[in-house]
Design a protein. Structure first.
Length: 185
């Protein structure tokens, strides 16, 4: 569901005429890429409170090592423990996500797998008010044990999930990607 959600948001966002940032993220420019995404949202009057930055674990590591990051560590007040975790940047919560779950396109024929021409989403800055994620839970049933179920209970469940961008709030979503063949057209 995570892979579907991220790729569907990207696909729908791009279909609305939006263009992703394609800057290659390094320790020298990671914060400026983030600042550009933030500036785009600021200019679109997206509230700062509530923004979430989903990044691949590789980008989260780069942010931790960013050259322009200033850190003050008081080891005496922290019981000689140094915590280098970056979980907030300015007012934005940072969430690390495994890179295979952050692709621009997937094949869902048998389970899920990144499409051969998929790009890599490195950063997705989003305000949750820009999307809706309806869940329709329509059916559940527990069947009694029988010979056909080898004496075990059988549980059935049916639910439908999706994600949609609210068109007038598409500016509350920003991406940095490494393009694949599918994202360069």
């Amino acid at each position: 569901m995570d892979a579907y959600c991220v790729s569907k948001i990207f696909t729908d966002w791009k279909a609305l005429g939006k263009v992703a940032d394609e800057t290659v993220i390094t320790t020298a420019n990671a914060l400026s890429v983030f600042d550009t995404l933030m500036l785009n949202m600021d200019n679109a009057r997206v509230p700062v409170q509530g923004r979430i930055l989903y990044v691949t674990n590789e980008v989260k590591y780069i942010l931790k090592e960013a050259q322009t990051m200033v850190r003050n560590i008081n080891v005496q007040q922290n019981n000689n423990v140094i915590n280098r975790v970056v979980d907030r940047l300015d007012e934005v919560e940072i969430v690390g996500v495994a890179a295979p779950l952050m692709k621009t396109k997937y094949n869902f024929d048998k389970g899920w797998a990144p499409a051969l021409d998929a790009g890599q989403i490195n950063m997705m800055l989003i305000h949750p008010a820009a999307v809706i994620t309806p869940v329709s839970y329509s059916f559940s049933q527990l069947d009694e044990p029988s010979a056909g179920s080898e004496g075990k209970y059988i549980y059935f469940e049916e639910s439908f999930e999706d994600v949609f961008i609210l068109n007038k709030k598409a500016d509350a979503i920003q991406f940095n990607i490494t393009p694949g063949a599918a994202t360069t057209t």
